[in-house]
Design a protein around this ligand. Structure first.
Ligand SMILES: NC(=O)c1ccc[n+]([C@@H]2O[C@H](COP(=O)([O-])OP(=O)(O)OC[C@H]3O[C@@H](n4cnc5c(N)ncnc54)[C@H](OP(=O)(O)O)[C@@H]3O)[C@@H](O)[C@H]2O)c1
Length: 325
């Protein structure tokens, strides 16, 4: 009679069986994770977003990621409420979207998030009172153009970052959420930053990282609070994307254009409550996790920030002397 594999394994000493079992479980977990990631990034279809409602409110739609997401959402048949600070830019984007997708409806609301929001909030309430708002995208955001030590940043700059990145999404959420609670459905997408997930610290961008850390924890806590009411909160964390807040950056495998990024961002809506929508950014996250100690990463990101700072300085000097870089 043959001896089964199980009997052979169990007849081995404990110090051989235990590592074998732990090794097998680890390999299975890794394989399962690879399958999950492949499915989520390459196969899983985007959700039908109109199930949340026909309208989406989007902040910061006049440039970069927000503008690209507005186009992407319009292509999916969503009507848009565009919230921005610059009436001319809002008008221009509305015309561009209408020219490509004439069937959708559009409204615009002017709010400068760095100033007093009270009048803007009244305008927003007025603009959404008679429509079925199913989604809110808190995208408007601000960072320093030049990496700086905290004591070098003037008060206006960091106060603007706090107002636009932290206060604005909180206030706009408080305006839009009650309509969703009433209907028992909705999705609120907050644009965070890879700096709060992928790396342990973001030196020379401390206030920016701090505001985005707030966005991450606000989203997660509200998700837990409102999940049972049918309202889905998601914090999407991009790493670098070519936009105005990444001056001098060129598109590459790890750095998508705003349109490339927006396609992934819209496809991720409604799934994980914290997500890295663009798969090469997720790959970056996995690579960073291979680092054995946080200490090395902190040193690396500080050196990278100092390098960015010297590049920004030389771009500024070249501009002043008329040399192109
Ligand atoms: N690009 C990246 O690498 C990256 C990485 C991680 C996270 N993010 C986040 O992605 C989001 C979008 O940024 P982006 O990269 O697309 O930058 P962007 O091209 O500079 O676009 C920012 C948008 O926010 C609006 N905005 C800025 N200040 C405002 C204010 N005071 N009031 C109202 N609107 C204001 C801008 O309006 P105007 O057109 O009038 O300037 C613009 O529409 C931000 O939350 C940012 O933190 C970006």
């Amino acid at each position: 009679m043959g001896i089964s594999a199980k009997e052979t394994l169990l007849s081995q000493p404990f110090w051989i069986v235990l590592p074998l079992l732990v090794g097998s479980v680890t390999v299975l977990r890794i394989l399962f994770s690879i399958f999950q990631w492949t499915y989520a990034y390459l196969i899983r279809p985007g959700k039908n977003l109109t199930k949340y409602g026909q309208w989406v409110v989007i902040t910061g739609p006049t440039d970069g990621i927000g503008k690209a997401m507005a186009f992407e959402l319009a292509r999916k048949g969503m009507n848009l409420v565009l919230v921005g600070r610059n009436p001319e830019k809002l008008f221009k984007v509305s015309c561009q979207i209408k020219a490509e997708i004439p069937s959708i409806e559009l409204r615009t609301v002017v709010i400068d998030f760095s100033g007093d929001l009270s009048e803007g909030v009244v305008r927003l309430r007025e603009a959404i009172k008679d429509i079925d708002v199913g989604m809110l995208i808190n995208n408007a955001g601000l960072s320093q153009i030049i990496p700086k030590f905290f004591h070098e940043i003037d008060e206006i700059t960091w106060a603007n970052m706090v107002n636009v990145n932290l206060l604005a999404p909180t206030i706009v959420t408080s305006v839009v959420l009650p309509c969703m609670v009433g209907k028992g459905r909705g999705a609120i997408i907050n644009v965070g930053s890879g700096s709060t997930v992928v790396i342990p610290s973001y030196p020379l961008f401390s206030v920016y990282a701090g505001t985005k850390g707030y966005v991450r924890y606000l989203s997660k806590s509200l998700h837990t609070e409102y999940k049972s009411n049918g309202i889905f909160f998601q914090c999407q964390v991009p790493c670098y994307v070519v936009t105005n807040i990444t001056p001098g950056m060129k598109s590459s495998f790890f750095v998508p254009t705003a349109s490339e990024y927006a396609r992934s961002a819209v496809r991720s809506i409604g799934y994980e409550s914290l997500c890295i929508p663009y798969w090469p950014h997720f790959l970056q996250y996995l690579l960073v996790r291979l680092c054995p100690a946080e200490f090395f990463l902190d040193k690396f990101v500080l050196r990278a920030a100092l390098h960015l700072r010297s590049k920004a300085d030389s771009r500024r000097n070249n501009k002043q002397t008329g040399v192109s870089s």
